[in-house]
Design a protein around this ligand. Structure first.
Ligand code: NDP
Ligand code: GDR
Length: 322
């Protein structure tokens, strides 16, 4: 039975990856940080099938202990301060966790067992003010937020440990991926939840920022398979994972409101509070390398994804009201 450690298991991707690896027969170890309230909402249905261990990307010895104790075959580093706007308010914390935290975990792997395969959750935010369209593995980076800058550091330290120490360390450059488990502050979930609340008569407006920015949105359940495939490849390489299709936030609003027979223009209010100091205007992946070499393909398209999220929020809220 192979063993995998997932940092960030309580997050959106961690929960889907854990389900995926359990189904593949892995012993899954989930690292969680200590908190005064339980954060296991997304993994409570699989809690009996995984081993939960406390640790923190701030704390080197907790990471060394973890790798020493479980001698994993694979480590998936999904933990991060992952919300872009927060990275302007907490730039130092974002650098500590999202950037330096990766070095701490790589050091733990290098010192304890350099045979361990390592996956780093890199991001399309590294492309930022894009240098070419669409973006592939060779597109130069131009990050536009402290989060993006931290992810660029994390990306290069992963590449550097691969080249310096011959580690099987890879970086998956994933474009935005969403699901009904997405955090409420991210725009897809903010919209699906907002639409559901409006439809159920709980509110009558949805305040958003920039409606013109464009993203390549896919389904998180599909993307975790890409992470695993990268670690099964014969050669450690970095891959872009995305759909190759882009939509604006406005398109997203239109689709989500239409799904419940409403017109977004009657409810969406643009609020400067949600504008960013520097925006990423356009992201669109060129995932052809992953298609060819990993045989990876997204299964759920944009329309189905957004409808799935709106339906899930309607169901969840209807149960709460009952
Ligand atoms: P989430 O924000 O849903 O989850 C982040 C996870 O990191 C949570 O489990 C959180 O724990 C944990 N975490 C935060 N700080 C620490 C810390 N100091 N020590 C240990 N754990 C910590 O993110 P996603 O699941 O959406 O994303 C997973 C990874 O992929 C992140 O690195 C993100 O930056 C990256 N990424 C995500 C994309 C996306 O579209 N979703 C696209 C590209 C990259 P807690 O529950 O306690 O807060
Ligand atoms: P992003 O996702 O910054 O791309 O990072 P987010 O959903 O937060 O923003 C996407 C775009 O929507 C615009 N927007 C709003 N965003 C939010 N959150 N709230 C609003 O009210 C709003 N109105 C408009 C934003 O300006 C932006 O252009 C996500 C995270 O998961 C990162 O961790 C990950 O690395 C990248 O995706 C790829």
């Amino acid at each position: 039975m192979p063993t995998a450690i997932i940092t960030g298991i309580t997050g959106q991707d961690g929960s889907y990856l854990a389900e995926f690896l359990i189904a593949k027969g892995y012993h899954v170890i989930g690292m969680v940080r200590r908190s005064s309230t339980i954060t296991f909402q997304r993994i409570k249905h699989i809690q009996d099938d995984i081993t939960i261990i406390q640790g923190d990307l701030h704390d080197q010895s907790s990471l060394v202990d973890l790798v020493e104790r479980y001698q994993p075959d694979e480590v998936y580093n999904l933990a991060a301060q992952s919300f872009v706007p927060t990275s302007w308010n907490q730039p130092v914390l974002t650098g500590e966790v999202t950037a330096l935290g990766v070095t701490r975990l790589l050091e733990a792997v290098r010192l304890v067992n350099p045979e361990t395969k390592f996956y780093q959750a890199s991001s399309s935010e590294m492309f930022g003010k894009v240098r070419e369209v669409p973006q592939n593995e060779n597109t130069p980076f131009y990050p536009r937020s402290p989060y993006g800058v931290a992810k660029v550091y994390a990306h290069w330290i992963t590449v550097n440990y691969r080249e310096s120490y011959d580690l099987f360390a890879v970086s998956g450059i994933l474009f935005n991926h969403e699901s009904p488990r997405r955090g409420l502050e991210f725009v897809t979930r903010k919209i699906s939840y907002g639409v559901a609340r409006i439809k159920l008569g709980l509110t009558n407006e949805l305040r958003l920022g920039n409606l013109e920015s464009r993203r390549d949105w896919g389904y998180a359940g599909d993307y975790v398979e890409g992470m695993w495939l990268m670690l099964q490849h014969s050669i450690p390489k970095d891959f872009v994972i995305g759909t190759g299709v882009t939509h604006s936030v406005r398109d997203l609003c239109e689709l989500a409101f239409n799904h419940v027979d409403l017109d977004y223009q009657d409810y969406v209010v643009q609020d400067p509070r949600f504008y960013r100091p520097a925006e990423v205007d356009l992201l669109i992946a060129d995932p052809s390398k992953a298609f060819q070499e990993l045989k990876w393909q997204p299964r759920i398209g944009f329309e189905d994804l957004i409808q799935m999220m709106v339906d899930a929020d309607l169901k969840r809220l209807a149960l709460e009201i009952d």
